[in-house]
Write a protein that binds this ligand. Structure first.
Ligand code: AMP
Length: 490
């Protein structure tokens, strides 16, 4: 199918062609004709599916007949309202609206909190047809009577599930009460809880349901992997993996703002270009950080869930969950930053003993048993495999595995220094060995090696030569990890 087959006006088609899109994505193929007909939509689509263009293109198409080049503000009432949960998402939607409306005399603006209201007030006074807003700041403008929503024909609620998580539903209800009853409404959400369905019932009239991926499911182009690791070793493991992945950019998720800055500083101290993005940073800092990441100046972006919401970064091959999210649905949101628009992606999670319950919830939700791999030298807490995944210690397995080599020295949590020449720190069997301060042996090949896995399963540095362990589901070639890293995705 081509964009030309969807009934879009030439001005919109031209902007889409200039954006480089040749074919509409599945959500666009489904949503565009329905929205053009004026129907309400309940859209189940994750970020990365092209949903923004899916609602923006038909929205522009429907507003186009009302567009005017008149300079009178009165001729430019707010006709479309797009609500987004975060500033970043609002800004990205605004950017998309600007891109696709470049050949139409429609005005759009973005209003969000954390910045001075005056510039937004000036902008709104000019007369604006399309307002993209976060709920709190929009209500501030309503209260100050600097915006009039009485002529809104189209409402879009983007990422409704996140609105719910962030406690915005009461604000949304207040906003709904300010809008004309006769309007077209579109609601998009990656997941549909009962609460979202209740909201949809209030907001939508005879909605058409469109869904591009199965509910609560994740993109099939993403490879998931868990590294069981003790919590105190996580940051060393991260630095270790990043060193062996010199080209790719990585988005790392942590739970708290504090952990976010700390981890970014830790990586910076170890010569890995990193920055953090979280709610305590000013809007300008967040925008600059995001730009630096998009331009490749920053290789690793450490983020909290809220700050990362809606980040649209092209071709991001890796998302690392430094800590697992507290709600399983956030796992879907987080890893939605990779494997976008049909590209390949990798979702890597560091899981310590305490997080096993969260992992089980995630596996239940995504209906996947995620492969587990222990990276040699970065073992989990001894009780990690207690329930169901016990590793055998001592003796030889009946499979006649090769004897395990000496395990790498387990790193201490602060024991990563700047990379450079690997230190010649130990000799083994007369052969000179080059071992990094974090225990990584630079001479060890990355090929699949059962020995390497066995070394990891030897659990600790006291693993005795000759000890083997039985196969378990986390036993996968380490090359799967390291071989994958650094390789550009198609
Ligand atoms: P979204 O799901 O709206 O966040 O979009 C994800 C990414 O897909 C964005 O970078 C869009 O620019 C891109 N995109 C949207 N529609 C298309 C299309 N038809 N062809 C190729 N890329 C697209």
């Amino acid at each position: 199918m081509k964009f030309a087959d969807l009934g879009l006006i030439p001005e919109v088609q031209r902007a889409v062609a200039e954006a480089g899109y040749t074919e509409p994505t599945p959500i666009q193929q489904q949503a565009i004709p329905i929205i053009l007909q004026g129907n309400d939509v309940m859209g189940g689509a994750q970020t990365g599916t092209g949903k923004t263009a899916g609602f923006t293109l038909p929205l522009l198409n429907r507003l186009a007949p009302l567009a005017t080049s008149s300079t009178s503000p009165a001729r430019h009432p707010v006709r479309a309202l797009i609500l987004a949960p975060t500033r970043e998402l609002a800004m990205q939607v605004h950017e998309a609206v600007q891109t696709y409306s470049k050949y139409l005399p429609l005005r759009a603006t973005c209003i969000y909190g954390g910045v001075d209201m005056n510039a937004q007030i000036q902008e709104l006074r000019r007369g604006i047809e399309i307002v993209i807003a976060t709920p709190g700041r929009l209500l501030d403008h309503v209260q100050q009577k600097t915006i009039n929503l009485g002529q809104v024909d189209m409402l879009v609620l983007d990422e409704a599930d996140r609105m719910l998580d962030m406690g915005f539903i009461p604000d949304i209800r207040r906003i709904l009460a300010l809008l004309p009853a006769k309007r077209q409404s579109l609601l998009f959400s990656a997941t549909f809880s009962d609460e979202i369905k209740k909201l949809a019932d209030q907001m939508l009239k005879n909605p058409q349901l469109i869904e591009v991926a199965r509910r609560n499911m994740v993109s099939e182009t993403i490879t998931h992997r868990v590294h069981p690791v003790a919590s105190g070793l996580k940051r060393n493991l991260l630095a270790h993996l990043l060193r062996h992945q010199p080209d790719d950019q990585v988005l790392v998720f942590v739970d708290t703002k504090f952990a976010c800055s700390r981890l970014a500083n830790f990586l910076e101290r170890h010569a890995i270009a990193a920055d953090s993005i979280h709610g305590d940073k000013s809007q300008q800092q967040r925008t600059e950080t995001l730009e630096a990441f998009k331009s490749g100046k920053v290789r690793v972006l450490v983020a909290t869930d809220v700050a990362a919401r809606g980040l649209d970064i092209d071709d991001l091959p890796y998302v690392i969950n430094f800590e697992l999210p507290h709600t399983a649905e956030d796992y879907i949101h987080r890893i939605g930053r990779t494997g976008r628009a049909g590209r390949l992606g990798n979702a890597v999670s560091f899981v310590c003993s305490e997080e096993k319950g969260r992992l089980a919830e995630i596996e239940k939700l995504v209906k996947l048993q995620i492969p587990q791999e222990v990276v040699p030298g970065y073992d989990p807490e001894p009780d990690f495999f207690d329930a169901g995944h016990k590793r055998k210690r001592g003796g030889r397995s009946s499979g006649g595995d090769a004897p395990a080599p000496q395990a790498p020295r387990p790193p201490k949590s602060d024991d990563i220094r700047r990379p450079g020449r690997p230190q010649e720190s130990r000799r083994s069997g007369g052969r000179k060995s080059t071992v990094a301060p974090d225990g990584f042996d630079f001479n060890r090949p990355y090929e699949p090696s059962s020995a390497a896995i066995l070394a990891s399963e030897g659990a600790d540095a006291s693993a005795k030569a000759g000890e083997t362990s039985s196969p378990s589901r986390h036993k996968r070639p380490i090359a799967f990890l390291l071989g994958g890293l650094g390789r550009k995705q198609a």
